[in-house]
Design a protein around this ligand. Structure first.
Ligand code: GLA
Length: 400
């Protein structure tokens, strides 16, 4: 929801943030909001591109999140203001169409249209959106917006969705209304987060397991500040290559491919498809392994799994940009690093490091300096906490 270079200023104490949002609400709509909802972004710790291959992902819903302050209207209209983009939208709930050229509005409209098409009663509202998730940086700013908005409609409408169903409906909005063919990772992470733990998501049966991270390990997101180059087209291409590989190997999804099956079928596969298959099969297994290693605090295993993941992303799945290579070097050379790898879809955006928590500040300073001296770009570094999933909150009870 915000341009990358704005984001540092936007992370503020919760009370100060709430006051800024409430002030903007008064300015735009007069009076006070009656309802507050929030939904987190996410960083994947392991499992790049495994979600649409029905594999495992180890994901962390993060303390960077999207807030919506809202108040009901009785005329079936939705008026929404984005503080990050200083932009507005207005539409009637009776006939919701996509708007051209302004994508954030389509996430809002898409969620409304999808919930309405499910037969859920929607109440009109005035709403102000504020996010601390950097936009188009691979931390799921769009899912955070979708899931926060679905939570607003849920609360105003007086009905309840399970977090799983909410996530699936938000994904449907993104797939069908916005036209982005994402998997389930982002919305599931945003809806099913649990405070203090990562989630091991099984993208076949859509079950999640809480994964505790051993004391002393801190998750630090490192933003390359580079645009995710051609990620839309490249993403669709990777999906198509995976589907082709699964069809040739005779499985419904690459999740089911074992190293033996791959070895036996390799000569049937075009070279590039074979590389994609090899990466996905290993990456899904690594997500399960990293869950164990993180809970046990097995730092050598964390380092090895992250290194294997990055090498596969670079050489087999081919989603690493030059900026990501430079950031990887900076992260691996910094004091306190335990492991580091790509995050999100790749092609730029954010990466993730697992860092000794006593050295987080030193790590941050060293990465900033090394990355700036190689690229002349000032990176952004976000140490993050595991955050709970999308929910309403009581403004009166937020603290530091
Ligand atoms: C994007 C998509 C997700 C997932 C990741 C890669 O974030 O939205 O569904 O495929 O890329 O793991």
């Amino acid at each position: 929801m915000l341009s990358a270079n704005q984001s540092a200023d936007w992370v503020m104490h919760a009370e100060a943030r709430a006051e800024r949002v409430a002030a903007r609400f008064r300015e735009k709509f007069t009076g006070e909001p009656e309802l507050w909802a929030r939904a987190p972004g996410r960083v994947d710790l392991m499992g790049s591109h495994t979600d649409y291959n029905r594999g495992f992902v180890l994901t962390l819903p993060i303390s960077r999140d999207t807030w919506i302050a809202a108040r009901r209207r009785d005329d079936a209209k939705v008026r929404v203001h984005s503080m990050n983009l200083d932009d507005d939208d207005e539409f009637g709930l009776g006939d919701i169409a996509p708007i051209s050229g302004s994508r954030w509005c389509n996430y809002v409209r898409g969620v409304a249209a999808t919930l309405r098409n499910e037969g859920l009663a929607l109440t009109g509202c005035d709403a102000v959106v504020h996010s601390t998730v950097p936009v188009e940086a691979g931390l799921s700013s769009s899912a955070a917006l979708e899931c926060a908005l679905a939570t607003v409609f849920e609360a105003l409408g007086g009905w309840r969705l399970t977090p799983e169903r909410k996530a699936l409906l938000c994904q449907k909005a993104e797939n069908e209304f916005v036209g982005v063919q994402c998997g389930i990772l982002d919305q599931y992470s945003s809806c099913l987060g649990r405070e203090g733990c990562a989630l091991l998501l099984d993208c076949r049966d859509l079950s999640t397991r809480a994964v505790w991270i051993a004391d002393g390990i801190r998750i630090v997101v490192c933003n390359t500040m580079s645009q995710r180059r051609l990620s839309g087209g490249e993403y669709a291409q990777r999906r198509a290559e995976c589907e082709r590989g699964a069809a040739i190997l005779g499985v419904s999804a690459l999740r089911d491919v074992t190293p033996e099956m791959l070895a036996a079928g390799r000569s049937e596969l075009p070279e590039r498809v074979a590389k994609r298959c090899e990466f996905i099969a290993a990456e899904s297994a690594r997500a399960e392994s990293l869950a164990v290693a993180l809970t046990e605090g097995d730092r050598p295993a964390v380092a090895r799994l992250c290194a294997e993941s990055f090498a596969g992303a670079r050489d087999l799945y081919e989603i690493c940009s030059p900026a990501m290579m430079d950031m990887m070097d900076a992260m691996l050379a910094a004091p306190g690093v335990i492991g580091a790898r790509q995050a999100g879809a790749g092609f730029g955006g954010c990466m993730v490091a697992l860092v000794d928590s006593t050295l987080t500040d030193t790590f941050r300073a060293a990465v900033l300096e090394a990355y700036r001296s190689t690229t002349q770009v000032v990176a952004e570094i976000y140490p993050v906490e595991a955050a709970p999933g999308a929910a309403v909150f009581d403004r009166g009870k937020i603290g530091g």
